[in-house]
Design a protein around this ligand. Structure first.
Ligand code: GLU
Length: 418
């Protein structure tokens, strides 16, 4: 992982790469490269021992042309303004890529949640929700889970918002627990779209996903569900990793057992189904049919890309490849299927959750999964069309061409105010 690459600059480079294939006026394009606004706040929170701590927190609202701002909130010590801006921009193009009626936003708190009690995290979360209250809303900006946040945090944010607004408005946030207005299938949705994109990608490339060897970097929600569902297609998960290291078994690891082991012990290292322990770098450069980076941005830079031996990469994380890595992988003929499509299952089922909240009517898990499959496979077909009809270097640029065109069209239809 490289710290030198600024993710916001990566986003802007990705937009520029696609813009070369679009007929957009430079001023209009410039607007699509910057957030509309960024909230930066300092949360002042009492700890269990009575001391006071201050946490930096952000919410970036990147673009609202296609609908309310939409995107997760992450808790991580590396959260900063540039990261949140980039992640909010990726949300704009992700929602446009899969054609759901949202703009993009993202938030984060600079905190290592493992160092705090549940009561402290609740106070931190409610403090952030209080700061967010004036700028969020079911028709304004709809947060969701991201790295190190989940149903628990979403339930707290919903409760804080509803208490302060003296109303019930479950659609103000998605990724809630079912009894708090969540949707069936939301927890698995990101991993499910990664699996669907891997399946479609192998089919499109004329490769067999059955018996394909797979390495997964990052074994949180996205990575572990992607591994499990890809294994269900008959693929062979040979290596998985988390921040403590990687494990390997050439005959395949049981994806579900590896996850259970991680839940019990906090890490995949030491899992009895593995024959070897490796480093994360070993995993990323392993000779496999499919590599799924499912951790954080900048996992593979240009130098590491020169050693990548996978045939296909499907991005479960947001921004795991730097623009330099993309260039190297084009040269080396590695097919990369981009984050803004592959991990869009999360926000797509967030959209279904929001629709259900607004209708006060819940769908079955089967309906959620069927609708998700339709959205992702249709978006995949659009991607292939754009790849074949434009002289683009890779699938990422093709997907951005589709997504930016949609954002540009809604911006043009709206005109400029005032
Ligand atoms: N955090 C997820 C993402 O990066 C989900 C966002 C959402 O559901 O709004 O796509």
């Amino acid at each position: 992982m490289t710290d030198e690459v600024n993710p916001f600059e990566s986003l802007q480079e990705q937009i520029d790469d696609a813009a070369a294939f679009l007929d957009a006026e430079s001023g209009v394009l410039e607007r699509l490269k910057h957030p509309e606004r960024v909230l930066e706040t300092n949360l002042t929170v009492e700890m269990d021992d009575g001391s006071i701590e201050v946490f930096k927190a952000y919410r970036s609202q990147f673009n609202g042309d296609r609908g309310p701002y939409k995107g997760g909130i992450r808790y991580h010590p590396a959260v900063d303004r540039a990261e949140v801006k980039a992640l909010s921009g990726w949300m704009v193009y992700k929602c446009a890529a899969v054609g759901i009626p949202y703009g993009g936003g993202k938030g984060g708190i600079r905190i290592n949640p493992r160092e705090y009690s549940a009561a402290e995290l609740e106070r931190v979360t409610r403090s952030f929700a209080k700061e967010l209250r004036p700028i969020i809303g079911a028709d304004r900006d709809i947060p969701a889970p991201d790295v190190n946040t989940g149903q628990r945090e979403m339930n707290w944010i919903k409760d804080t918002y509803e208490t302060l607004e003296n109303t019930t408005e479950p659609g103000v946030i998605t990724g809630k627990a079912i009894e708090s207005g969540g949707s069936a299938g939301r927890v698995e949705a990101t991993g499910r779209s990664v699996m669907l994109v891997a399946r479609e990608a192998f089919d499109h490339l004329g490769k067999d996903i059955e018996d394909a060897t797979v390495a997964v970097q990052g074994y949180g929600n996205a990575g572990s569900v992607a591994a499990k569902l890809t294994e269900d297609l008959g693929a062979n998960i040979v290596a998985v990793s988390d921040s403590s290291g990687a494990i390997y078994n050439p005959d395949g690891l049981d994806a579900r057992e590896a996850k259970d082991f991680k839940i019990d012990t906090g890490t995949v290292s030491g899992f009895e189904g593995a024959t070897e322990e490796l480093t994360n770098e070993d995993l990323l450069t392993m000779d496999v049919d499919l590599l799924i980076p499912a951790a954080l941005e900048n996992a593979i830079d240009g130098d590491l890309a020169a050693d990548v031996s996978a045939d296909v990469i499907v991005e479960a994380a947001n921004g795991p490849l730097t623009p330099d890595a993309d260039d190297v992988l084009v040269e080396r003929d590695v097919a990369v299927f981009p984050d803004i499509l592959a991990n869009a299952g999360g926000v797509t089922v967030s959209y279904f959750e929001w629709v259900q909240n607004r209708q006060r009517f819940s769908w079955t898990e089967q309906r959620v999964n069927d609708e998700l499959e339709r959205v992702i496979t249709e978006a995949f077909d659009e991607l292939v069309k754009a790849f074949e009809n434009n002289d683009v270097p890779n699938y990422r640029t093709a997907m951005y061409v589709v997504a930016i065109r949609r954002v540009l069209q809604s911006a043009e239809e709206a005109g400029i105010w005032p």
